[in-house]
Ligand binder design. Structure first.
Ligand SMILES: *Cc1c(COP(=O)(O)O)cnc(C)c1O
Length: 415
């Protein structure tokens, strides 16, 4: 049986070891970590073959490293792509993908307002210092978004977006972008290959912050970009020279984290769905933003594009900003911390963290009210999560008439 015909859970459980040639007796099952800057070049003829690319070999770890290559193969396989490049952060992956995506193109990079904050700031630097044309388009205006594809050099999109969990139709975007020769880059960090397969909808590149679900243990920073086709020599040159390469030990940590990826995602999906439904029933909660809810306004696109709702969600408390702050002060088991995708549940208030550079009014217009709380649901026992949410909410209960649960809406992206 070829390793590729095995299910994702099986491929994860065996990790990259199953992708190597079978070792003999006494060979370690785990590949050793290639913690080395340099590699022996051998004879002049060997060195010539390695540098000219006629033979696969290693010279210097920024150019290539066996542990890093093991991770690249594993992630390319999980996403159903041909090849991947591994980077030292998600931001480095976005920089690399945008550079490769714009190669040979004249038009602007088209992206949307609610792309990840770090990507937004990076694109600001590229546009102001390096004069890379970048155009921010409102993706909730489908007509304007699709119309922008006709002038795109390349497209960077994130679905679901964070923290509002808005979805963008990958297939529809790709059809319009490809008609004009533009490549489409999808940031699949929040959905993960377990819940969403952007290459099935025609995307060209997929980027990830491996710091989140792929590693899953909140103990390293890393990223990767996966290409649907074989990488060109230019792609490898861009990656090598931008310099955001990862070290062998961090690559190995992600490889180790991926062994439990399928298990973790099953638990994340189950907990995410249960917590979203639990919050929706609570009188203290005014609105829940989670694509897996039956009442979700983009439910049809969700069913077409995603397999599960994942474990990232946001909600607003009826008591407003003051209640949100009190809630953050009261959570115990759930950590008040940034990031997402770890096994532990985390909450933040975007107005205070990712969106603090905006005025309160600009945030309200962007659909991120000061009372919004983002929750990355971990894999803890649901009973313990509900107990912590319950005790935190009990401290924010405002006296007065109960909020009418029937009138409560799931998030409407047109708002
Ligand atoms: C975290 C994140 C990034 C950036 O990744 P880093 O590893 O922090 O550099 C990019 N995109 C999304 C969606 C993220 O959540």
């Amino acid at each position: 049986m070829s390793t590729n015909s095995r299910r994702l859970a099986t491929r994860c459980a065996h990790g990259d070891a199953s992708r190597c040639d079978p070792g003999g007796a006494n060979e370690p099952f785990q590949r050793p970590i290639a913690q080395s800057t340099i590699f022996d070049l051998g004879t002049s003829a060997d060195a010539e073959a390695i540098f000219s690319g006629t033979r696969k070999g290693y010279a210097y770890s920024r150019f290539g490293n066996p542990s890093v290559d093991g991770l690249a193969e594993m992630i390319a396989d999980l996403e159903g792509g041909a090849e991947a490049l591994v980077t030292s952060s998600g931001n480095a992956a976005v920089l690399c993908a945008v550079t490769a995506g714009l190669e040979g193109r004249d038009g602007p990079l088209i992206t949307h307002h609610d792309v990840y904050g770090g990507s937004f700031e990076l694109l600001g630097i590229l546009s102001s210092i390096h004069r890379v044309p970048v155009e921010i388009v409102d993706s909730t205006n489908t007509e304007a978004w699709l119309e922008a594809m006709s002038r795109a050099g390349a497209v960077l999109l994130e679905t679901p977006s964070n923290p509002l969990m808005r979805l963008i139709n990958i297939e529809g975007t790709v059809a319009r972008a490809h008609a004009c020769g533009a490549r489409v880059i999808v940031d699949n960090t929040v959905a993960t290959p377990f819940n969403q397969r952007p290459f099935d909808f025609g995307a060209d590149w997929i980027v990830h912050s491996t710091s989140k679900y792929l590693n899953g243990h909140s103990d390293m920073i890393g990223g990767c970009l996966v290409h649907k086709e074989k990488l060109s020599a230019m792609h490898r040159t861009i990656h090598k020279n931008l310099g955001g390469t990862v070290n062998a030990l961090d690559a190995w940590l992600v490889l180790r984290g991926l062994r439990t990826f399928a298990l973790r995602m099953e638990a994340h999906n189950r907990n995410g769905q249960a917590v979203a439904e639990w919050l929706l029933r609570r009188p203290e909660v005014a609105r829940v933003y989670y694509p897996g809810l039956a009442t979700y306004p983009q439910a049809e696109l969700f069913r077409r594009q995603m397999k599960h709702g994942g474990a990232l969600l946001s909600f607003e408390l009826a008591g407003g900003e003051e209640a949100a702050c009190r809630f953050l002060d009261r959570v115990g088991l759930i950590l008040h911390a940034v990031s997402l995708g770890g096994m532990e549940s985390l909450v933040t208030r975007p107005a205070m963290s990712s969106h603090r550079g905006m005025t309160s009014e600009a945030r309200r217009r962007a659909g991120v009210p000061d009372s919004l709380i983002r929750l990355s649901v971990g894999v803890e026992a649901l009973e313990d999560l509900f107990a912590d949410l319950e005790q935190a909410l009990s401290g924010v209960r405002t006296p007065g008439p109960e909020v009418d649960n029937l009138g409560k809406k799931a998030h409407d992206p047109s708002l």
